[in-house]
Design a protein around this ligand. Structure first.
Ligand code: SF4
Length: 361
């Protein structure tokens, strides 16, 4: 059962005068009704009946969209007042917002503290100044460090969002960003491969041939390494890849606004599935190289002549089972093709923690 629920309040680009090359918020905002504090009340009231009685540990109200703390303080307060009212009534547990590193100051944080906010997620995107400049982010890495220090000093929970494959980006820079994130030590992180959306400067760059959109495979390869670094440091990764919407589906439908071939609706599963496969293969190779198996391998031909009746069983908890099998069964196919002398079965062990995998012969 899901223990944590989010009530999302989407506040469009209004709070943000910036023009990040990848952002289509302006285009979306032009087609979206404005959201005011009273709408927040309506949104909460719509969600609450669907959440009660589900044994949830926490219900979090989250302001997403533009840059919440870029709104005038008066407007922030009007939104937060509604949120605090529901928190004080015990109907929600936490207040969360996403914003930019350069919209963090003692004045802003004092106000957020006054309204009992809990989590601040920063759209950092990269720790490389060149990538930030080429993406027209309008802030530097130095501002990220300052904002993160301040947020942590105030005692808010910190979240960091990173993007993969921005203009000027590469594998080394992404790994550097993941390592800098670990040094800062946020509680939560999100990883977003850069998607080319129509109505953005990035789309123009892509059309002009000055921007290379990562293939899905390239994006998975880089994201996987970042994911590994963040998880090893105990950072909870709450999202990998953009959620599928009418406008972002990669389906090629009339409404789909994605271009290039980066977007995949099950991107998180692609990343976690590859990590599962690598983990299982490392365990399998160890098992196969144990003296009892390796001594009778036919090294000259490279064939494992004595393993034809050997059954390998892979285990995971039920939640991670689809990662173990891989998207569309790709991990199953991989092992069966690479190790034709072995037979494979995939089983659930309800006792195992999420995203841990075990190979047994
Ligand atoms: S700061 Fe956020 S909302 Fe503003 S342009 Fe950049 S991505 Fe879009």
């Amino acid at each position: 059962m899901k223990k944590h629920a989010i009530i999302p309040v989407f506040i469009p680009h209004r709070g943000c005068p910036n023009d990040c090359v990848f952002c289509n918020q302006k285009a979306i905002t032009a087609r979206t009704a404005d959201v005011g504090p009273e709408d927040v009340r309506n949104i909460i009231e719509q969600y609450l009946p669907t959440l009660t009685g589900r044994g949830l540990e926490t219900i979090e109200l989250a302001f997403f969209g533009g840059s919440f703390t870029g709104l005038p303080i008066r407007e922030q307060s009007a939104f937060l007042q509604v949120a605090r009212e529901y928190k004080q009534a015990g109907k929600i547990d936490r207040i969360h917002m996403s914003t930019r590193p350069d919209y963090i100051s003692p004045e802003i944080l004092d106000n957020l503290r006054r309204f009992d906010a809990d989590t601040i997620e920063l759209g950092v995107q990269s720790f490389d100044d060149r990538v930030l400049a080429e993406s027209n982010r309008g802030h530097t890495a130095a501002q990220v460090y300052e904002a993160c220090d301040l947020i942590k000093d105030y005692g808010f929970e910190l979240g960091i969002q990173l993007m993969i494959g921005l203009p000027g980006d590469n594998l080394e820079k992404c790994i550097y960003s993941a390592k800098e994130t670990v040094k800062i030590g946020p509680s939560i992180a999100r990883l977003y491969p850069t998607i080319v959306l129509e109505d953005t400067p990035l789309y123009d760059m892509y059309k002009a041939g000055t921007f290379h959109a990562l293939s899905t495979e390239e994006a998975v390869t880089i994201t996987k390494e970042m994911y590994r670094i963040l998880v090893a440091a105990g950072i909870r990764i709450i999202r990998v890849g953009l959620k599928s919407t009418d406008l972002i589906s990669g389906s090629g439908s009339d409404r789909d606004r994605t271009q290039g071939h980066t977007y995949h609706p099950a991107f998180r599963q692609l990343v976690e599935g590859e990590l599962a496969r690598e983990e299982l293969e490392a365990q399998l190779e160890k098992l196969l190289h144990k003296p009892s198996y390796s001594s009778s391998r036919c090294h000259e031909s490279g064939a494992d002549t004595d393993l034809s009746d050997t059954c390998v069983t892979f285990f995971s908890c039920s939640e991670s089972f689809s990662n173990m099998i891989g998207n569309g069964g790709c991990n199953r196919n991989y092992f069966e093709e690479k190790y034709p002398m072995l037979s494979f079965s995939f089983k659930i062990d309800y006792e195992m923690p999420r995203n841990s995998f075990l190979a047994k012969i």
